[in-house]
Design a binder for this molecule. Structure first.
Ligand code: DOR
Ligand code: ZN
Length: 346
């Protein structure tokens, strides 16, 4: 029997939604994770400090009995965002980051940013106070192929922004390309990059070969195999700029298995066994703790968790549910397509 003990992990990019969905999916995260950066793309979005405080209260009210879990709140950046409101929300400790969605880039992003110039006063304030900007790093120009949107964002939006505001602390969320991984590696201490569980496991063939697989569709969409391999090298490199952000993004099956299916993979349930499997395959189990439990808190200037979690490899495969049944409807759990022998214990 093989086992490893790691500090309790955190999820630096998570969608919890609201209402019945929140109630249904929250236990899937609190079972293993101590904290998570909570994405603000609700309908309507979490724009102001007041919205974030109310959402935080709803999350805390939905916590399973006895769960020790801290939601780390974010604000959804709009062209109407008030720099003073952001600064006050950060100063009080309520808000840990601001999320940039280019308008139209993904789920509930229509209130996002069309003109980065319009939000410069907010970004300047964030640079001054050290509040991280989490970026959905894809351009939305219809001329740009969907598989190129991340690389083009880096060249045309992220790099110029960081040249203009080098003190701005930025997280490249859910990187999916070799270009994204390479940019992060060279960028210095003001930049971090989250990597999802699913982008370490699937490439675009998984979505499209042998029939369309809506549960593998997410944004940024999974790319070619060489990008997946680059992400694996990045996640297991031990470099502190890379940390876990699952982007676990639940949608009910009816909206995934649909003529215009929603983007998102739901990985909260089985992320840790899957990561142990991936890190073992890469010969890097000793680096799992850094990726899942240490690099994220270091970037966010928070202490690592002081409790631990044990992962054990057994002969019998891990059996996770195909679906989580929420009051909003069933949500399919990400299927890696291979047996996983790692189990979380205590
Ligand atoms: O796949 C995704 N789902 N990517 C995102 O950027 C948003 C997320 C969601 O909210 O469903
Ligand atoms: Zn997301």
């Amino acid at each position: 029997m093989q086992q490893i003990v790691i500090r309790r992990p955190d999820d630096w990019h998570l969608h919890l939604r609201d209402g019945a969905m929140l109630q249904g999916v929250l236990p899937e995260t609190t079972r293993h994770f101590a904290r998570a950066i909570i994405m603000p793309n609700l309908v309507p979005p979490v724009v102001t400090a007041r919205d974030a405080a109310a959402y935080r209260d709803r999350i805390l009210a939905a916590l399973p009995e006895g769960a020790a879990f801290e939601p780390l709140m974010t604000l959804y950046l709009t062209e109407g965002t008030d720099p003073a409101d952001v600064a006050a929300a950060a100063g009080s400790g309520l808000v840990k980051a601001v999320k940039l969605y280019p308008a139209g880039a993904t789920t509930n992003s229509h209130s996002g940013v069309r003109d980065l110039g319009a939000v410069m006063p907010v970004l300047e304030k964030m640079a001054e106070i050290g509040l991280p900007l989490c970026t959905h790093g894809e351009v939305t120009d219809p001329q740009v192929d969907i598989f190129d949107r991340e690389a083009v964002f880096i060249d045309t939006v992220l790099a110029p922004l960081r040249r203009r505001l080098p003190e701005l602390r930025v997280v490249m969320e859910h990187i999916t390309t070799a270009e994204g991984a390479a940019y992060a590696a060279e960028a210095g201490p003001n930049l971090g990059a989250t990597i999802t569980t699913h982008h370490l496991i699937i490439n675009r063939n998984h979505i499209l070969v042998g029939g369309i697989k809506p549960h593998y569709y997410c944004l940024p969409v999974a790319k070619r195999e060489h990008h997946r391999l680059a992400l694996r090298r990045a996640a297991t490199s031990g470099l502190p700029c890379y940390f876990l952000g699952t982007d676990s993004a639940p949608h009910v099956d009816a909206l995934k298995e649909h003529a215009c299916g929603c983007a998102g993979c739901f990985t909260a349930t089985n992320t840790l066994p899957l990561l142990a499997h991936v890190f073992e395959e890469e010969g890097a189990l000793d680096r799992l703790e850094g990726f899942a439990s240490l690099h994220g808190p270091a970037f966010y200037r928070l202490p690592a968790n002081d409790t631990t979690l044990r992962l054990v490899k057994r002969d019998e495969a891990h059996r996770f549910p195909d679906k989580i049944f929420t009051e909003a409807g069933p949500v399919t759990v990400f299927d890696p397509g291979f047996p996983v022998h790692w189990h979380v214990e205590a």
